[in-house]
Design a protein around this ligand. Structure first.
Ligand SMILES: Cc1ncc(C[n+]2csc(CCOP(=O)(O)OP(=O)(O)O)c2C)c(N)n1
Ligand SMILES: [Mg+2]
Length: 345
């Protein structure tokens, strides 16, 4: 646990709009490129498998896939120190894998088995790991923002050096409690990074149809919270922004907003008529901006990996996911007596 005390709060020089500018993408070493490739691929393959299991009837209820957005959690995780917390909404499988929660535990929770992270009683949107500092998994749009602010309050109160990574979507950014949280976080200089994953859509509504201010990095202006826009499809850009934001928070400057410009390839949830966007738009993002293909192209171009070496990584990742899926299909369901545990009567 990192416990170096945080510096005394500095007076923020930011005007709340553009006090900081987006840094240049980080220069990755070979090892960083390979690690980013592996981690993003694990999320992608895991989500593809979850989609398959859903189609086969092994997963019931809600299930929101993170395919397309992998660079965001992967780049952010690269800047964390032990004890930093993460909290997010319901599109959460990628966040959990980034925080190193076990693929078996996540998949078995999706299938409602006793080996799941919530012992099969929470499902896709409700998983937690205090040990790994992952605080959910929340189905109420925007609710995690005040909880994530509370995590930052705890860090400040304990005077540790940790930061709360509080993720929410472009749709959630229009919820009232987000702004109540912004006010307190700025007033008390809480170490929280508000990561707005702008994937351009809230369920079936585009940002331009639902938001008066579509530049989400400006959403903290009234609260003197600086914000920057980040290419959320480039893991190096995310890592550079993550370094800047964590340093900002650890230096005692208070909160910061990172608007991650990203894109989800799949539907909002598992049934989605997709009438709000064209197939061409999705195809163009996949072919021109895919976060995994970008890393792969750099690895090949720099001759840091051969096709065969990348295939080996692909195989290792597929094996982890196949093992998780196997476990999640064969593990026992919770005992009926579990209906009476973990509840407040
Ligand atoms: C308080 C509340 N209102 C409405 C909903 C229904 N709902 C579920 S997801 C969603 C859209 C949120 O979009 P966004 O924040 O952009 O996240 P994304 O799905 O794009 O990751 C809505 C309106 C909800 N779950 N909670
Ligand atoms: Mg969205």
């Amino acid at each position: 646990m990192a416990t170096a005390a945080r510096k005394a709060p500095a007076k923020s020089k930011s005007d709340g709009k553009s006090g900081l500018s987006a840094p240049k993408p980080a220069e990755f070493t070979k090892d960083e490129e390979l690690a980013a490739y592996r981690h993003m691929l694990l999320i992608r393959r895991f989500e593809e498998k979850a989609g398959q299991l859903y189609g086969m009837g092994f997963i019931g209820g809600f299930c929101h896939l993170y395919i397309g957005q992998e660079a965001v959690v992967t780049g952010m995780k690269m800047a964390l120190i032990d004890g930093d917390q993460m909290i997010t909404a319901y599109r959460d499988h990628g966040h959990m894998l980034a925080m190193e929660l076990s693929p078996r535990g996540v998949m078995a929770e999706l299938t409602g088995r006793r080996g799941g992270l919530s012992r099969g009683k929470g499902g896709s949107m409700h998983m937690f790991s205090k040990e790994k500092h992952f605080y959910g998994g929340h189905g109420i749009v925007g609710a995690q923002v005040s909880l994530g602010t509370g995590l930052a309050f705890a860090n400040r109160y304990r005077d540790n050096n940790n930061v709360s990574l509080t993720y929410f979507g472009d749709g959630a950014a229009n919820q009232g409690q987000v702004y109540e949280s912004f006010n307190m976080a700025s007033l008390w200089k809480l170490p929280v990074i508000y990561i707005i994953e702008n994937n351009r859509y809230a369920m079936g509504t585009s940002v331009s149809r639902s938001s008066a201010e579509t530049n989400f990095s400006h959403r903290g202006a009234s609260f003197k919270i600086p914000g920057i826009q980040v290419d959320g499809m480039d893991v190096r850009a995310v890592k550079a922004a993550a370094d800047q934001a964590t340093e900002w928070c650890r230096a005692g400057n208070g909160p910061i907003i990172l608007e991650m410009q990203t894109y989800r390839y799949r539907g909002h949830s598992m049934s989605d008529p997709a009438k709000y966007r064209s197939k061409e738009e999705v195809q163009k993002m996949r072919s021109d901006h895919d976060p995994i293909e970008q890393v792969k192209a750099r690895l090949m171009e720099k001759k840091w990996a051969t096709e065969d070496e990348l295939k080996t990584i692909d195989k290792e990742v597929r094996d982890i996911v196949a093992d998780a899926a196997e476990f999640a299909q064969n593990d026992a369901e919770p005992d009926p007596s579990e209906l009476w545990t973990d509840i407040v009567l």
